[in-house]
Design a protein around this ligand. Structure first.
Ligand SMILES: Nc1nc(-c2ccc(Cl)c(S(N)(=O)=O)c2)cs1
Ligand SMILES: [Zn+2]
Length: 264
């Protein structure tokens, strides 16, 4: 697993913090095909093979297990939820979804688009088919669907079960279950808006930063009401003493290097 105590800059700045800040993360974190990156839309190359996705099980109504893992809030997915298409080589199973955010609407996303940060970024993490050995180290072992989140004046009902659960998992390493059943698809932009996306090969944005991720960054953002957005940084904490609000769980931008970004 990753170094036991990796952390974000905001945590490393605290007095007496002994955690590993992003510049010191180990594993593959200092390599050259890392994530996140700034996406320069005019330099992204159109690729007609980047077809729309097929989402299976995203309409499953379920009470989800959600967890504060000390780095983010994670919703456990798994069995029966998967994606096909999107020029992926095979079907990928959904594993978990989590988010990255700040308290300010202009700095909470990990990826930037033409230098613009969004308020939050949601990652739906998928793994290639079975976990058999031969696929372990392939460059496309994981497929992450990344959605930018903007703050608007409309309440996002699809997100409310997750927002309502946050106050029950303020402290790291606690779990709860959403009280109301909800569907993953209700947290995403309408499927017909998901035809436009960027694609590149990169890494996990958390240690060990394995360079095994096929990234899909959708153009269409999710919209949350300001009050819903603020609950993430006001209700969640990095520490059990509830001294440091969980926010700015955002890895700094990484160099694109010799990689090409594509667009559908
Ligand atoms: N909070 C945590 N997130 C992760 C994690 C695991 C797999 C992935 Cl792919 C990602 S990310 N940010 O690259 O989507 C994060 C571990 S612990
Ligand atoms: Zn993430």
């Amino acid at each position: 697993t990753a170094g036991a105590d990796w952390c974000y800059e905001i945590q490393a700045k605290e007095p007496n913090s002994h955690c590993q800040r992003p510049a010191d993360w180990t594993g593959d974190c200092q390599k050259t095909h890392q994530s996140p990156i700034n996406i320069i839309t005019t330099e992204a190359k159109e690729n007609p093979d980047l077809k729309p996705f097929t989402f299976t099980g995203y309409n499953q109504k379920k009470k989800w297990v959600v967890k504060n893992d000390g780095h983010s809030v994670k919703m456990m997915l798994g069995d029966g939820i998967f994606i096909d298409g999107g020029d992926l080589p095979t079907q990928y199973q959904a594993v978990q979804l989590h988010l990255h955010w700040s308290q300010d609407e202009d700095q909470g996303s990990e990826h930037t688009i033409d230098g613009k940060h969004f308020a939050m970024e949601m990652h739906v993490v998928h793994e290639k088919g079975t976990s058999s050995k031969e696929v372990q180290d392939s460059k496309d072992k994981n497929a992450v669907l990344a959605f930018m989140v903007e703050v608007g004046d409309e309440r996002n009902e699809g997100f409310q079960p997750l927002v309502d659960a946050l106050s029950r998992i303020s402290i790291p390493n606690t779990n709860t279950t959403t009280m109301k059943e909800s569907r993953l698809q209700d947290m995403l932009p309408k499927e017909e808006k998901l035809v436009h996306y960027f694609r590149y090969l990169g890494s996990l944005t958390t240690p060990n930063c394995d360079e095994t991720v096929v990234w899909t960054v959708f153009k269409e953002p999710i919209k949350l009401h300001k009050d819903q957005f603020l609950q993430f940084s006001s209700k969640l904490y990095y520490d059990k003493d509830q001294k440091l609000n969980m926010k700015d769980n955002v890895r700094p931008l990484q160099r694109l290097g010799n990689r090409q970004v594509f667009k559908s």
